[in-house]
Every structure is written in C-alpha cells, then in structure tokens.
Design a protein around this ligand. Structure first.
Ligand code: FES
Length: 131
C-alpha cells in the first residue's frame, strides 16, 4: 500500500466526519470565503478568549479536499494562541494533509486557511482600534 492511499484515507475520514462542522452563535469573528476557481464557499466562525481560539466552526460547501482541510485545520488551531496561528504558513497547512496537490487543488485545501487568516487579521485590527 502506498503512502498516498493511507493519507487519502485520512482525508476521506475527515470528509466523512468533519470535526467542528457548524455555526457559532455570536462569534467574535465570522467570514464567508469563496474559491474563485470553482465558486465553492466556506463560512467560518471563531470565538477568541484571552488571545486563544477557544472555538472554531465552519460550514463548507465544497469538494472533499476543502472540507477535509477545514476539518484538519480546525482541530489544529483550536486552543492555540493567535500569535502561534499567525506563524502557520500555507506549506504547514498543506503538509498536514500529507498529499501532493496540484495548484487547483491547493486552492481547495487553502480555502479554510485563507478564511482563518483574514478573520485573525480583522480581529487584531479591531483590537488595535480599541487600544
Ligand atoms: Fe471547489 Fe475544491 S472544487 S473547493
């Protein structure tokens, strides 16, 4: 069995049972992000307490890769400090999927990451406005 088949099984497992799927009522930040290449969307919500992502949820309408990537990302960032999340780059996120993806599929895999990073930037912008 090749590694690709094992990693695909992990992605498939997250697609079949996405972690943190759903909405947060009254989130600190929320966003709707669209993959311009296919029109698929993700709505993402976060709650932030004491500088940590205390809750993260999303509703993804997209392909297997985009849903699984959102599920894996949500597990990875829940409970983490914002500063820690900001150090995550696209390579880290793609590396967590364990699959080599072409450019079009990378856009699917990074949809949730782009949404999360925009929310973090917005949250920090608002925090700075308050100081
Ligand atoms: Fe639309 Fe992957 S094909 S997000």
């Amino acid at each position: 069995m090749s590694d690709d088949i094992i990693y695909s099984a992990i992605i498939d497992e997250h697609y079949q049972e996405p972690r943190n799927f759903g909405k947060i009522e009254n989130p600190d930040e929320q966003i709707m992000e669209t993959n311009p290449t296919c029109g698929d969307t993700i709505a993402m919500y976060v709650r932030i307490n004491d500088g940590r992502v205390s809750d993260i949820k999303y509703v993804a309408k997209g392909c297997l890769i985009s849903v699984a990537a959102a599920s894996i990302l949500s597990e990875n960032v829940e409970g983490k400090r914002i500063e820690e999340i900001e150090t995550m780059n696209k390579k880290d996120v793609l590396g967590n999927l364990g699959l080599e993806l072409g450019p079009a599929r990378e856009k699917c895999a990074l949809l949730s990451y782009d949404a999360l990073m925009k929310m973090i930037r917005d949250y920090k912008g608002k925090s700075e406005d308050r100081t």
